[in-house]
Design a protein. Structure first.
Length: 408
């Protein structure tokens, strides 16, 4: 009975910037900047320790066109560690590193094999009786169903399909090489090694259809543990797989409903409990944490008026739990209970609404926001509004703060 293991990874995104990260510690920012490379180094360590027979990378080794050769040299250095151990690698181009996107090259080891991009191609490993079928992207836009042109399985072999795809659509990812699980199943392969979707997911078990997720989260939209899978094959069938976690800098979103909290200390205790849950399996990693406070509470005005202090209190709570948990941002999604209006002798609410709608005032507000954005750390405003909210939301918050302070 033949038994072997292989590595299935995808979406390394080497060279990717980190979006939305604004921490006060420069060393933490530097660690996040290095995290995609650290994750790949850890992945190669895991593959060598597991003595895999070969490695499959299902697209997006690179995040896009290189600014210089350093990113290609780094990939060459790490993949060469597998080559020196006699482990071949089979790499497919995805939408981020399509032929038309990454035009610079670095000579890779002979043990690294790239799938063709103009048509589906097959690599056969006779000693293991394995056949790998795949087609990379010639250009960033791949809107056709590529699977239909994949070849028939090689008889008597363990057949692996390699594809960078959104399947029939994924809310967080653009549509590329769309297809269905039934399309994949119709090819008669034994395992489908997919890439593109950054969350780990087993889409089917007969045959196994797997998204390993990306190696390293790059923003608060990519939370939780990240890594790849090592698949065990026995006698021509998938016997199981193990998920290997290799991320070095983790993103987390802690949503906390403070509706039942009687006071601010109680709310902060609840937040600290949620942070402890998020950091429970952090290990030696660092974490960028976003906290979202939700609920209907009379504490809303007090929190809004002292948002900076509340943020500092939450950061202090995070560091009581783990010195490597860093607060990325506090978001407020709170509603206040109905209260009787305060008589100021005029309609304050109407006056504030009129002021917030004034075109001159909006122009001044946008100019101030733009000036602040230019002073933020690099990448902070790349993935969302520079201050975490759009102009309307920021003006609405400012108007509410005026009302809160006017009520005393």
């Amino acid at each position: 009975m033949t038994t072997f293991r292989f590595l299935h990874a995808a979406d390394l995104h080497l060279g990717s910037p980190f979006r939305g990260l604004a921490v006060r510690d420069e060393a933490v920012a530097a660690r996040f900047a290095q995290a995609t490379r650290t994750a790949l180094t850890r992945l190669i360590d895991e593959a060598l320790a597991a003595e895999v027979a070969f490695a499959v990378i299902a697209g997006d080794v690179y995040d896009g066109a290189w600014k210089d050769n350093s990113v290609g040299l780094f990939f060459n250095r790490e993949i060469s560690r597998l080559a020196r151990a006699g482990i071949p690698s089979y790499v497919l181009r995805g939408n981020h590193d399509a032929d038309s996107v990454v035009t610079q090259t670095i000579a890779l080891p002979e043990a690294v094999h790239a799938f063709e991009t103009r048509k589906a191609s097959t690599f056969v490993l006779p000693d293991l009786a394995v056949a790998l079928h795949g087609q990379g992207f010639a250009s960033r836009a791949a809107e056709e169903n590529l699977v239909r042109a994949y070849p028939a399985p090689v008889a008597g072999h363990f057949n692996i399909g390699v594809l960078h795809t959104s399947l029939t659509g994924h809310a967080a990812h653009a549509t590329y090489a769309p297809c269905t699980v039934e399309d994949l199943r119709s090819r008669g392969y034994d395992y489908w090694a997919l890439g593109h979707v950054h969350d780990f997911a087993v889409m089917a078990e007969d045959p196994m259809v797997v998204f390993p997720g990306n190696l390293q989260g790059r923003s608060v939209r990519e939370t939780g543990a990240k890594g790849a899978v090592i698949v065990t094959v026995e006698d021509g069938r998938v016997a199981g797989f193990e998920r290997v976690i290799v991320d070095d800098a983790r993103w987390a979103l802690a949503q906390v409903d403070i509706s039942d909290c009687a006071d601010l200390p109680a709310a902060l205790r609840l937040v600290e409990e949620r942070i402890a849950e998020e950091a429970a399996d952090l290990g030696d990693r660092t974490m960028a944490l976003r906290v979202r406070l939700t609920g209907r509470t009379g504490l809303r005005s007090a929190i809004l008026a002292a948002k900076g202090q509340v943020s500092d209190d939450i950061q202090a709570a995070a560091h009581r739990i783990n010195a490597d948990v860093w607060l990325e941002q506090v978001k407020l999604d709170l509603t206040a209970p109905e209260t009787a209006p305060v008589d100021f002798g005029f309609d304050l609410a109407a006056a504030l609404r009129d002021l917030s709608a004034d075109p001159e005032m909006r122009a001044r507000a946008e100019a101030i926001i733009g000036e602040i954005a230019t002073r933020l750390p690099s990448g902070r405003a790349a993935d969302e509004a520079p201050l975490g909210e759009d102009t309307d939301a920021l003006i609405a918050e400012a108007v509410e703060l005026v009302a809160v302070r006017a009520r005393g």
